[in-house]
Design a protein around this ligand. Sequence first.
Ligand SMILES: C[S@@+](CC[C@H](N)C(=O)[O-])C[C@H]1O[C@@H](n2cnc3c(N)ncnc32)[C@H](O)[C@@H]1O
Length: 296
Amino acid sequence: MTSADTATAARVPLTPDDVPGWFWKADQEIFTWLLDRQKAAGTTGDLMELGAYLGRSAILLGRHLQPGETFTVCDLFDSEAPDDENSAEMAMSYRKTLTRQAFETNYLAFHNELPTVIQAPTSVLADGRVAADSCRFVHIDASHLYEHVAGDILVARDVLAKDGIVALDDYRSEHTPGVAAAVWEAVFLLGLKPICLSPEKFYGTWGDEEAAKRELMKRDWLAEGFRMDEEIIAGHTCYRLAWDGPQPTGKTAASSPAPAQRSAARRLALDVLPPIATRAARRAMRAARARGAARG
Ligand SMILES: C[S@@+](CC[C@H](N)C(=O)[O-])C[C@H]1O[C@@H](n2cnc3c(N)ncnc32)[C@H](O)[C@@H]1O
C-alpha cells in the first residue's frame, strides 16, 4: 500500500472508487445484477459482509438494502486477530491503513446510517447471532486462510435463506490457496453450487442455481463490456465473466486483476461476433467439447 493510499483512507471519499480496496468493476456489476435481480423478484432478506476493510464493497452492498432489511458487517478492523497466521496476514495487508473509524467515515460518505458492525473475528458468527435463513446475500472476504474461510462458508450456509447467494473472494489467487481449497471443498462436500466466476470471486448458492443461471444468460454481458465463457466443472456448468474495459479510476490498494485466460483466436472470434452469433458459437463449442468427451 502506498502513502497516497494512506492519505486517501483518511480523507472523505467522493466516489466509492476513491475508497481503497479490492472490489473491481466485474464484481461491482455482478453484485449489482444479483441484488437487483433479487429485488425485481420481490426477494427480501438481510445482507452480510465478512471482511469490509475500508468499505469499498460494503458501500455498494448498503445501496441495495431494502426497507426492513439489515446489513451486518464483521471485521477485525483495528483489533487483535485470533491466531498467529491471521495476525501475520493482518500485519502484511491491512494494518497500515485500517481502522474502524476510517471504515465508518467512508461508509457514511454514501449512506445515512452505518450497518450493524461486529468488530470481531468472523468465527464469532458461528454462535448463531445472525439468524439462520435470514440473509439473501453474503460476501465472504475476511481472512484468506483455509480454516477461517471454511468456517465462514459454514456460517454463510446457515444464515442464507432459500436461493440466497454467497460471493467468495480470491478463490483462485496465487497467494490464497486456502480459499481455493475451502471453496471447492464446499462444492464437492457441502452442496454449494456455482453460478458464475469472475477473475476475483466465486458466486454460488445452496438453492436453485439453474434459475440464477437462466437469468444470467438472458443478459447480454458481451454487449455490456464483459468477456464470457462457459465452464463445466465436475458436472456443474457455470459462467466465467471478466470485465474487458478499463477499471474505474480512484485510489485503490491492490494490484490490477489478473487477466482471464482464453485462447486469443477464440476470444477474438467471440468478441467480434454479434451476441446471438456468439451464443451459437458457444453452443457449437459445447457440442464439440461433448463430442470430444464422448470419443474419450
Ligand atoms: C480483503 S480485505 C476486505 C476487502 C473489502 N471487502 C473490499 O472489497 O475492499 C479483508 C478484511 O478482512 C478482515 N479480516 C481478516 N481476518 C479477519 C478475521 N479473522 N475476522 C474478521 N475480519 C478479518 C481484515 O481486517 C480486512 O479488513
